[in-house]
Design a protein around this ligand. Structure first.
Ligand code: TXA
Ligand code: MG
Length: 338
């Protein structure tokens, strides 16, 4: 299959959005930019189209997709028995990087929910994504547009690197603003629960949802037989081929300088003292930059051909929690505490 590159510069914008919408209405799959990461979109009503998404990514069948909508009318189409608090959260955080798990409506294709009775929904803020949803008139199921297990794509070229020839088209938008995936919370069940940290922070959500709990899976590896509230959390993820370790503590520079055949992923402040090959992912306290660059940096690690990569862990607060959550998975939960 030839993958179309759809240019979204001003002169070609309308034409490209229309082409993407037509492909989606005809059961095709399209890579699209969002403010978090690039998504691989298909109609949430079309079981066949959704199956193509799973095949292109090599995604495990039991890992459900997020449905992207453009207005609250669409929310009422894709979810049922929506609690009042969902509308309060929507007003505060949508369009934006918050995904809510709700009871699903019967209209949603079974494969979107991977057999669950729930559906994850978000309204993205990226105008390209919003326009494709609007023009197609379809809620779009879209997981991140990477091969399953690889770092999520934050540029159109990352999508092509992973999926060229396997999908119908890519909307060649800008690099993603945020760079890690949306915050996922579930509002189904007794207590609201944070399933995946993201740009909308736990601290921000607590102001609206004072009883919000953090799922154990956010910072810990699930044991065999544990029930995953969010199936995606149980898989190894985001990993380079180089063996990765997450390193916590102040003495990172001394630690990595004793290592051979290794790469360091470090903060700006310590870079000049590090004597082994290194990649900088931002300033220690600038967690937005760390989020923005973490997946690109993970995609670059393998080019050194080293045996191990040591990644300096960010703080686990605010946006730092989202970055830490992705990096601990990239390291397959191998944490070194200095
Ligand atoms: O920012 C994002 O959320 C990006 C962009 C494209 O919007 N999408 C994304 O999709 O990250 P994906 O498929 O890579 O991650 C979806 C996560 C998975 O961890 C999945 O298990 C969880 O959401 N999820 C989806 N539906 C769910 C459901 N019904 N119940 C619990 N978790 C669900
Ligand atoms: Mg993903």
């Amino acid at each position: 299959m030839k993958t179309l590159r759809l240019n979204v510069a001003k002169s070609e914008y309308d034409k490209s959005i229309n082409t993407a919408a037509e492909i989606l209405k005809n059961g095709g799959v399209v890579g699209m930019p969002t403010e978090t990461v690039y998504g691989l979109a298909a109609s949430a009503y079309d079981d066949n189209a959704i199956k193509k998404v799973f095949v292109a990514k090599g995604r495990p069948q039991d890992n459900p997709l997020i449905v992207h909508i453009c207005d609250l009318g669409m929310l009422n189409e894709v979810a049922d028995d929506i609690p009042e608090i969902a509308y309060t959260l929507a007003e505060k955080f949508w369009p934006g990087a918050l995904t809510m798990v709700l009871n699903r409506s019967e209209k949603i294709a079974d494969s979107v929910s991977a057999g669950l009775t729930t559906v994850a929904v978000r309204m993205p803020s990226n105008p390209v994504a919003l326009d494709v949803i609007k023009v197609s008139g379809l809620p779009l199921a879209a997981p991140s547009a990477n091969l399953s297990g690889k770092p999520s794509p934050t540029t159109a070229n990352h999508v092509l690197n992973d999926l060229e020839g396997k999908i119908d088209a890519v909307l060649m938008g800008d690099d993603c603003d945020f760079g890690v995936e949306s915050t996922v919370i579930t509002l189904v069940g007794q207590t609201p629960m944070l399933l995946r940290p993201g740009a909308v922070t736990y601290e921000q959500l607590l102001k609206v949802l004072p009883n919000l709990e953090i799922s154990d899976a956010v910072l810990n590896e699930l044991k065999v037989g544990d029930k995953a509230e969010s199936p995606g959390m149980k898989y190894k993820h985001y990993a380079p081929k180089t063996t990765a370790f997450l390193v916590e503590g102040e003495n990172f520079t001394d630690f990595v300088n004793t290592k051979q055949n290794a790469v360091a992923v470090c903060f700006e402040e310590e870079a000049s003292d590090i004597k082994i090959p290194k990649l900088i992912y931002g300033s220690k306290n600038d967690t937005l930059t760390l989020a923005h660059s973490c997946f690109s940096v993970l995609r670059e690690v393998d080019k050194f051909g080293a045996e191990n990569v040591f990644i300096h862990a960010p703080e686990k607060q605010g946006v730092g929690l989202a970055v830490y959550n992705r990096l601990i998975r990239a390291a397959a939960f191998k944490v070194i505490k200095l």
